[in-house]
Design a protein around this ligand. Structure first.
Ligand SMILES: NC(=O)C1=CN([C@@H]2O[C@H](COP(=O)(O)OP(=O)(O)OC[C@H]3O[C@@H](n4cnc5c(N)ncnc54)[C@H](O)[C@@H]3O)[C@@H](O)[C@H]2O)C=CC1
Ligand SMILES: N[C@@H](CC=O)C(=O)O
Ligand code: NA
Length: 428
């Protein structure tokens, strides 16, 4: 049997300890699958003495994660500290410089530095693997890189942030507004240290940009992701959308169009009876569409110690087996610079507005929509006690530009009260 593969594990929080536990619990199973033993050369975290849910006294300790990366007895540097820059970046650079392969769960870091790190690693014949970084335990990176390698990928769509899906699901269940459920999520410890990463759509945008790179052979371009978080999703819209047969999800879409690479992470309506519409709580779902395979739907835990460590271990075993994959599915130097699509593909839209309850009000709105080339598919007016009549409109496919233009014109009709809401409807 070959020599054991020696790991240096930096970060002993949720994911790091989850990884240590799998290594300890399944040592024999893992070495059978890997074809060689797996050993831990040393570990590192901020606080050595912290009470942890695993016995780490058997491992050598390094205070400095960069020193751990430079150790000669480490073959694979397992970075589970987090942070887009700082020690995680310095440590991964040091690991590559000194000839190690790298496994990381750090989507923020790869979204910002993935291209440069992949080029550096590949120039030296080393690999960077990141299954845990996208949708946690769901093997979506491997599905795209390996299982669907024979396809031209048409589209990647998904719910990739469990916290946002939890918040939206709980708002619908409880009827409580965003601020109340945000607080509930905080109390449950679901939110990242900087909650804006979750609710601002940034974390999910990081993940989408990594999948887009593999799917379309383009350099990671997180800055080109059109981002909108869930902070403005109202309980009203959640209920009205449900009345019309939809649910609101923070949805990521990446597709190559005639106008360039479209990457969006924003609240969208999806049919309530679709797989995405049925997705409840903190679960993730990614839908991959290939020209030969059609649609592949992956669903599972996008976060948590066990699921995320499961993904980390899949990368470690891949390396132990001798599989050497390019970080983004093809040599980093051959990834092309994407042209960002300036506008998104046409789609139906959901429009909600309050109208003055006077004859002809609806006709004025319909005229503006018609003049902007927007055709109405369905409409519903609600009973009301005051002077503002709530109206919902589902349009046929149209462009975001036409919708925005119509919304800008509506105040001039003098029949629309307050700010109308427009949300894209995504059919998957
Ligand atoms: N928690 C989850 O469910 C998921 C986490 N991830 C990613 O996994 C990585 C780790 O996340 P968690 O385990 O949740 O974080 P955590 O906050 O629970 O643990 C971080 C660990 O890294 C150590 N650390 C942080 N900065 C350090 C430094 N400068 N020097 C030495 N040690 C340092 C901390 O002491 C701690 O042991 C992050 O990149 C995160 O985005 C990815 C998917 C899911
Ligand atoms: N904050 C993330 C954790 C995993 O990436 C989420 O809620 O999905
Ligand atoms: Na994954």
């Amino acid at each position: 049997m070959p020599e054991p593969l020696r790991l240096g594990i930096a970060g002993l929080g949720t994911v790091g300890i989850g990884t240590v536990k799998i290594l300890q619990r399944h040592a024999e199973l893992l070495s059978r699958r890997a074809g060689r033993g797996l050993s831990v050369a040393a570990i590192s975290a901020r606080d050595r003495t912290k009470n942890r849910d695993a016995d780490i006294s058997c491992y050598e300790w390094e205070d400095d994660p960069v020193a751990l990366a430079r150790r000669e007895d480490v073959d694979v540097y397992v970075e589970l500290m987090g942070g887009a820059d700082g020690p995680a970046l310095a440590a991964i650079r040091a690991a590559i410089e000194t000839g190690k392969d790298v496994v990381t769960a750090n989507k923020a870091l790869l979204a910002h530095h993935g291209q440069q790190l992949a080029e550096a690693a590949e120039a030296k014949g080393h690999v960077i693997r990141f299954e845990a970084a996208v949708a946690g335990g769901i093997p979506v990176v491997k599905a795209l890189t390996e299982g669907l390698a024979g396809n031209e990928i048409r589209r990647v769509v998904g719910v990739m942030n469990g916290t946002c899906n939890y918040i939206l699901t709980r708002m619908e269940e409880s009827g409580l507004p965003y601020t109340d459920i945000f607080e509930e999520a905080r109390q449950l410890g679901y939110l990242e240290a900087d909650p804006e990463l979750d609710v601002g759509g940034i974390d999910a945008g990081h993940k989408l940009s990594l999948l887009a790179s593999i799917a379309f052979g383009t350099r990671v371009s997180f800055d080109a992701v059109d981002l909108e978080g869930i902070g403005r999703v109202s309980i009203d819209d959640i209920h009205r959308a449900r009345d019309m047969g939809f649910r609101i999800k923070l949805l990521g879409v990446a597709q190559m169009t005639g106008r360039g690479l479209e990457q969006r992470m924003s609240p969208c309506l999806v049919p309530a009876d679709s797989p995405l519409g049925q997705l409840q709580g903190g679960t993730n779902m990614v839908v991959l569409e290939g020209d030969s395979v059609g649609q592949v739907v992956l669903r599972g835990a996008g976060a948590g110690a066990g699921p995320t460590a499961s993904a980390v271990m899949s990368d470690v075993i891949e390396i132990a087996r001798g599989t050497r994959l390019s970080t983004f599915g093809q040599p980093a130097a051959t990834l092309t610079e994407p042209t960002p699509a300036r506008s998104s593909a046409p789609a139906p839209y959901y429009l909600r507005m309050g109208l003055t309850d006077k004859p002809g009000a609806l006709a004025k709105v319909a005229t503006v929509l018609g003049e902007e080339g927007i055709s109405i598919d369905r409409m519903r007016q609600y009973g009301h006690a005051d002077t503002s009549a709530p109206v919902l409109i589902v349009t046929h496919k149209t462009t975001r530009e036409a919708v925005d233009h119509a919304l800008r014109r509506l105040p001039a009709t003098a029949v629309v009260l307050g700010d109308p809401v427009a949300i894209r409807i995504e059919t998957v």
